[in-house]
Ligand binder design. Structure first.
Ligand code: PFF
Length: 454
């Protein structure tokens, strides 16, 4: 295989590495756990009918997500490069384009993710200083689009750039080791608090009562598959990039299980805190016919109606959201940074600054128009992530020489690897093609509604 892809900085300096296994795990879980688990998951679960969506999402996480997760870990650790160079390493130069699509996807996702990250920062600060606005809907309307939104997006992106500039061990790993345990504790605390509120039962019922008929629609399946990829940070090389800083003796199968269970666990607990809170405080009207803003309207209303306790619980909730958003944004930026360090030989700091500035500029559209943010999210998830997942599946299933041998390094052989190969060759690609195809009408509908309305 051609190995001329080592250019620039990585040729001269030894590659950075995680300081410890836990550091990598916290960072990878930090990438997976984010706005996807709280904002996106809860708004889709309510829009797509609750428990049926949740069940399909779990199914897709196991059947489609896990194999792709192990595939990304295998390529990244084996190639020890960013996504473009890693694919070229195993597949030859013709595969660079897939890596380039990954970087473009990272760019697109971070462009609007940073805008929402900015909202979370603002809500966290307001909870701790002035409290929640009495008219939550109007407040969200004021701050979610326009110069306010641009301002908070810029602050959020500056934080992201600062952490990524610090590097793998001293920046990303250090932040993730503190941030992730803090996030887990806050979430469990709020879920326990919500369970003790009168009337929370209706929230659990809505969230957990499984209705097969509602789940069995193409629309719900498309959304659940997209969410499985988004939530696990799959289909755009983020996990691949983090794995490229792993030592060779790491146990990829074990890491796959830990990352995916932690991610699903956090999404599940997020539902256990959000729905009981909303139902106990009678705010369910705010989330039915759910929109992107549901979390930023219904919950602040609930917190506001709780008086002082609401400021504490609400403040903690939004701090957890900031933490989740930041550790995910870091991984999105790292994809862009490591690819440009490989390709142009840039120093990390330069790559982080230029990448961050470019992303922020591109995201200004989303900061000014929520319908563009929604469109970017649909395009990124349903097209780029599901399509990128398909690309990785085909690459590892059919192009890469002996992926099973590479995946086994550090863990020894097991039957699971054989099953993994079969899933990657047949089951996952067929399912993803079906999902991708069926997602096109909705995505196209959104493009038309914005660019050719009427
Ligand atoms: N997994 C993140 C979340 O759930 O919020 C979002 C994300 C991060 C998607 C990194 C893709 C990615 F590469």
């Amino acid at each position: 295989m051609p190995d001329d892809s080592l250019k620039g900085a990585s040729e001269h300096e030894p590659r950075e590495e995680w300081r410890s296994r836990w550091g990598f795990l916290f960072a990878a879980v930090g990438s997976a756990v984010g706005l996807g688990n709280m904002w996106r998951f809860s708004y889709l679960a309510s829009e797509k009918g609750g428990a049926g969506f949740v069940a399909l999402y779990l199914l897709f996480t196991v059947v489609l997500g896990l194999p792709v997760l192990l595939a990304e870990l295998t390529i990244g650790r084996g190639a020890r490069r960013g996504p473009i160079a890693a694919l070229a390493h195993y597949g030859g130069d013709a595969w660079r384009w897939l890596g380039a699509v990954f970087v473009a996807a990272g760019f697109l996702i971070l462009s609007y993710y940073g805008v929402i990250g900015g909202w979370t920062l603002r809500y966290a600060f307001e909870a701790m200083s002035i409290g929640f606005a009495s008219d939550a809907g109007a407040h969200f309307g004021d701050v979610a689009s326009g110069f306010d939104s641009l301002g908070t997006q810029i602050v959020f992106m500056c934080l992201t750039v600062a952490v990524v500039s610090g590097g793998i061990g001293a920046g990303i790993e250090r932040v993730a080791r503190i941030a992730m345990p803090a996030l887990f504790l806050i979430m469990i605390g709020i879920a326990v608090y919500a369970a003790r509120l009168d009337g929370s039962g209706a929230g659990y019922a809505y969230y957990l009562n499984f209705d097969l008929e509602k789940a069995l629609t193409i629309d719900v399946a498309v959304a659940a598959a997209g969410q499985a990829f988004f939530s696990l940070s799959l289909g755009m090389g983020a996990i691949l990039t983090f794995a490229s800083y792993l030592p060779r003796n790491s146990h990829l199968g074990r890491e796959t299980v830990v990352i995916s269970f932690a991610d699903f666990g956090v999404a599940f607990v997020a539902g256990l805190m959000i729905f009981p809170l909303i139902f106990a405080l009678g705010m369910q009207g705010e989330i039915s016919g759910s929109t992107i803003g549901a979390l930023f309207v219904a919950l602040p209303k609930a917190f506001e109606s709780m008086g002082f306790a609401g400021r504490i619980v609400g403040g903690a909730f939004f701090v957890a959201l900031v933490v989740g958003a930041l550790t995910s944004a870091i991984s999105l930026l790292e994809v862009i940074v490591s690819a440009s360090m490989d390709a142009f030989g840039w120093a990390r700091r330069k790559a982080a600054l230029l990448g961050g500035a470019g992303v922020t500029l591109a995201g200004a559209w989303s900061a000014f128009r929520i319908d563009l943010l929604d469109l970017a999210d649909s395009l990124a998830t349903n097209l780029f992530l599901v399509g990128g997942g398909l690309g990785i599946t085909i690459f590892v299933g059919w192009v890469m020489d002996d992926p099973v041998a590479e995946a086994r390094v550090g863990s020894g052989g097991s039957m699971i690897h054989g099953i993994w190969r079969v899933l990657l060759r047949f089951v996952v690609p067929i399912a993803l093609i079906f999902i991708l195809w069926n997602s096109l009408p909705e995505t196209w509908g959104k493009v038309r509604a914005i660019f050719w309305p009427g």
